[in-house]
Design a protein around this ligand. Structure first.
Ligand code: NAP
Length: 457
């Protein structure tokens, strides 16, 4: 059976590929095992040398990947370099430049007679499963560090961007990477499910919390390491002294860019009561200046959602809010002039915490706004979620920012829009946003076995 990729704007088929059979999947895992020792024995420097060739090829094919991503999941062509392609390359380069330093042995104990040295060793064969929202970046974030530390990888991309996945495999095949070190399987969740039940040593999963829980249960049964990067409902707290330009820019990039399909995005705006009207007006004006439409048009700021299914789910969340009394400041529905996968950029006020837009992850261009009076109330609202991925604070008072940052139950916090995203900084979440961290030495170490060797002096 074939798996089909459709363009969310036109709903037309853009390509297809064969679904991997259980036998294919099994074979790829076996191949990954058979080359794992050789891949490990190259050492960090040997692996990095080969991966430099892979990097060169990805740079050559970057535009092709971008065009396919826009066609498959609707990322605006005006933003795809900033949001996905260039970011992916930046991380890839960082991993290669910093591998040796991050993975060098460390002395954990030393006295006059003995020395304990910690070695970072590969874990083995990693099953890596990605979502569709950043088709290039998430693949880079999950796969390249595994290869750097010496794991071999069997990868499954999301069905929405199966053609990007196919191109990724073709690029690897034309590189100097030994066969079997990276391979790919194709299909929906059922293919991912077969993969994680295979004889693997590690699962690296990025996606929804619902599927993440299932992955964790399979990992628990096998007693293997599971790294989970899951959903989020990032709070953005706007204090009275906030710089409004910084708020508007951060709200666009962290909520509306990529049609709001950003895991660690700013998904609930918590604004001081005295400035709520002003913030609402500024954000309405900002959104009125943005163009919504075909993401292939370079002048478009906001494209469709990745699929009609995503847009329908979003509509259900917004309808639930309005039926319970939320006020629509702008947007609120699917635009009549565009196809079914679009949803108007939307701001909602008059929120109550029983609404789905407050309680669930909202994966689309919709921002609920609530108000607060005291710092304590703002912190309680910010933490009133099962998630804990990104958090955003807006204030010119550095002490206040530091104080509140220590109280937020999130893995990452941005103050006044300053990005926490950097290849050397850990990425990941508290609570139901996941387990473990990606990036930096922290991310490399998550993928390794630690071995201590005690020697006489
Ligand atoms: P999803 O439904 O959980 O799917 C993610 C991946 O898992 C896809 O490749 C999917 O395959 C596969 N999958 C589905 N069921 C599976 C199963 N039973 N066993 C193994 N694999 C299975 O998530 P999504 O809707 O694609 O992505 C959106 C979610 O990802 C959001 O919640 C977002 O916040 C989260 N996300 C988190 C991060 C982070 O770093 N924390 C980054 C990006 C996205 P198919 O697509 O083929 O069904």
């Amino acid at each position: 059976m074939n798996i089909i990729s459709t363009n969310p704007v036109t709903n037309s088929v853009i390509g297809e590929t064969n679904t991997s059979s259980p036998e294919d999947i099994h074979q790829k895992v076996e191949n990954a095992h058979s080359v794992q020792e050789d891949w490990t024995s190259l050492g960090v420097t040997g692996r990095v040398d080969i991966l430099r060739d892979v990097l060169r090829l990805f740079k050559e094919h970057l535009d092709e990947i971008g065009v396919l991503s826009t066609q498959s999941m609707g990322m605006p062509s005006s933003l795809r370099h900033t949001l996905d392609l260039d970011a992916g390359i930046e991380y890839f380069e960082w991993y290669l430049e910093n591998a040796l330093e991050s993975l060098k042995p460390e002395i954990s104990f030393e006295d006059s007679t003995s020395l304990n040295t910690v070695f970072y060793e590969p874990t083995g064969v990693a099953a890596v499963i990605s979502p569709w929202n950043f088709p290039f970046c998430t693949f880079i974030w999950q796969v390249i560090p595994n290869l750097v530390v010496g794991n071999t990888v069997v990868f499954k991309h999301a069905s929405e961007c199966i053609l990007v996945g196919k191109l990724i495999e073709d690029i690897f095949s034309s590189s100097k990477l030994p066969k079997g070190v990276f391979s790919e399987v194709y299909g929906g969740g059922e293919v991912g499910d077969i993969l994680i039940h295979e004889d693997i040593d590690l699962i690296s999963f990025t996606g929804s919390t619902t599927v993440g829980k299932h992955i964790a249960s399979v990992g628990a049964e096998k007693l293997i390491k599971v790294l989970l990067e899951l959903g989020g409902s990032g709070p953005g707290v706007v204090f009275e002294d906030a710089d409004m330009d910084k708020v508007a820019e951060a709200v666009f990039f962290n909520r509306f860019a990529n049609s709001g399909q950003i895991c660690d995005g700013l998904k609930r705006l918590i604004v001081h009561k005295n400035i709520a009207d002003k913030v609402g007006q500024i954000l309405v004006k900002m959104l009125q200046s943005k163009k919504v439409g075909d993401p292939q048009d370079i002048s478009i700021d906001i494209g469709p959602l990745a699929s009609i299914k995503q847009a329908d789910g979003l509509k259900e969340q917004v309808d639930d809010a309005t039926s319970k009394g939320a006020k629509v400041l702008i947007g609120g529905k699917k635009p009549a002039s565009l196809s079914e996968a679009f949803f108007e950029p939307t701001l909602l006020s008059n929120l109550t915490t029983d609404m789905k837009v407050w309680q669930e992850e909202v994966f689309g261009p919709v921002l609920p706004i609530v108000t607060f009076e005291s710092e304590e109330e703002a912190i309680n609202l910010a933490n009133d979620t099962v998630y804990g991925l990104g958090g955003y604070l807006f204030t010119e008072d550095k002490d206040k920012a530091e104080r509140v940052a220590t109280k937020l139950k999130t893995g990452m916090i941005s103050v006044n829009g300053t990005l926490y995203l950097h290849p050397s900084s850990p990425f990941g979440g508290y609570k139901k946003s996941g387990l473990g961290r990606e990036h930096g030495k922290y991310g490399f170490h998550e993928l390794c076995q630690l071995k201590v060797v005690a020697t006489e002096k």
